[in-house]
Structure formats: structure tokens, C-alpha cells
Design a protein around this ligand. Sequence first.
Ligand SMILES: Cc1ncc(COP(=O)(O)O)c(C=O)c1O
Length: 344
Amino acid sequence: MDKPIDLRSDTVTRPTPEMRNAMATAEVGDDVFGDDPTINALQEYAADLLGKQAGLFVPTGSMGNQVSLGALARPGDEIVCEANAHFLHYEGGSMAGNLGLMMRPLPGDAGVINADQVASTIRRGSEHNPRTAVVAMENTHNAAGGRIFPIEEARAVAKVARDRGVALHMDGARIFNAQAATGTPAAEWAACADTVTFCFSKGLGAPVGSMVVGPSDVLAESHRLRKRLGGGMRQAGVLAAAARVALETGPARLHEDHAHARRLAEALAELNPDAVELDVIETNMIYVDVGVFGTTGAQVSDALGREGILTLGSEAPIMRLVTHSDVSSEDIETAILGLRKALN
Ligand SMILES: Cc1ncc(COP(=O)(O)O)c(C=O)c1O
């Protein structure tokens, strides 16, 4: 069988020859001593790109979220977030377990919390209540299907929080997908938050790494937390070199992944219009209701697997499909044939 078509996640991409070459020739040093020139340059480049004072290279998006929220809040403080936030459900309980932070989830609309909700949720000034320390936004929102946090709403949320002296964090693991889909520069979303994390190892295609950007004083504390959490890496310039290629070349091609997701979704809608909501597909993710075909995610996933198409499927009727740089237009057409066969 040819190379499988992997629609499980945008984290599955392999480093390109350009990335491998950059890794092989990277200048490195001990980053715990701040001596790695490739990491230092990447941190500065990322901070400039997003309009922030400083950057901090971290191994994962999960660590990026922890060192951001941990730097902005104290144990016992509460973080206002959307009810399906990635760091609330999919990061192993790290915010409670490692940082002693309390989560205050709000029901979102397509992953978006609005300024009115935030205004009526923030609590400060009473010793009886936990102190609201941070309002967090996720852009694009994973569990909502790659939905974009509208820039106007992000600005309104930021204003409400700032007026009340509350810090803001943006989990921008896929912020460049939001940029590619809207044309709004990532820096404009970043301006709505104190700290922003984004991942090199998702749609941008690098093998490892995420970045936190924000004010220098906050990032100094993030730096300490990264060490505490065991994320102090040494000659990690080999990773930063691939991440640099990803950041320089990745954003410009993300629109291809979005077009592929749309093509896939339209083909599914042709099979059954109730299988997929076309209106909500904004970036590189699709949630498909395979229940309308009288089947489960696990059954469809098994059938697709036999055709060389990898997907994640459980006993639930909803399946997520994700496009990325290792899925070509031809692969999408092959995947559509596979889906037709599996769902008929
Ligand atoms: C929105 C979001 N934030 C954070 C993360 C965590 O990234 P990592 O897997 O690198 O820890 C993910 C991972 O998929 C994500 O989708």
C-alpha cells in the first residue's frame, strides 16, 4: 500500500527536507544558559512577528499554556475560559495538578466567549471569592472544529478584562490558520492578549515545538516555570531551526489545507447534507456526523484504514478529520473515494 493518507491530526506531518537541512546545520548552544543562538533568534523573530516584547521556546503547546497561565496567575486564582478549552480537557489536568489554578468555564458559541459573559463573570476585590486572574481565548478552537475567534469579539473581551485589571491569554496553537482564513494578521489577535502561545508542530509542519510571546517581565516568570516543569532544553537549536523554517514558510500555505477541508466537507455533504455543517468549516478541521449513515466512528475508521486512510473514530457518531501539509489534493480525492465506499 502507498503511504497512508493521515487525517487524524495536523500534528502528524514529517519534517520537510528544508527543515532537516536546517536542523543539520543549526548553530547551537546550551539554551538553559541562554546560549543557543538559533533559539534566541527564533524567540526574537516570533516576538516581533506577533508584536510582543519577548518569546520563549517550549517543547509543547501544553507547556506553553502552563507557563503562560502560571506566570499570570497565582495558585487559587481562577482562569475564565470557554467550556471546551483545550487546556481544560486535553492537557491532563495540568492547570490544577501543576499550578493550583481554578478553571471558570463559560459556555461558548462555536468556541467563542463574549464580552458580556466575561464582564458578568470576572470577580475581584472580595476575599471570599477566588480572584479572577486571567481570561483565556482559544484561536482557532480545536473542539469547536477549528473555529476562528472573531477579531472584533476578541477586542471586546480584551477591553472588558483590561478595564477590570484582569490579564489575557490566547491559546493560539493554530493562530496562523486564523490569519490564513481571514487575512487578519496574527499580531492583531495577539494585541488582544498579554501572552499568546502558538505551535510550530501543527499546521506549520515542524516536528516539535511551540512558542510563548508576551511582555518581558511575564516571560521571565514563564522561563522559571518552564525550568520547574522540566522543559529546560539544552542544544534545542536543532528543533528551533526546523521551527524557523515552519514559521517562515508555513503560514503562506495554510489556505491550501483549508481548501482541502472544504472539498472534503462538500463531498461528504453530497453523500448526506446532514453529515456535515458546511457553514462552520472555517479552517482545516471537519466534524462529521457519521451517525446519519447508521454507523459509528470506529466502524468508519476501520473501513477507511483498510483503504490506507487513517482517522480517529470511537463508538461515538462524530468523527474529526484534519487536513495538513502532508495531505495533497490527490490525497483528498482518494480520501473522498474511500469515504464514499465506507459510508455507503
Ligand atoms: C488548541 C490547542 N492548544 C494546545 C494544544 C496542545 O499542544 P501540544 O500537543 O503540543 O501540547 C493543542 C493540541 O492539539 C491544541 O489543539
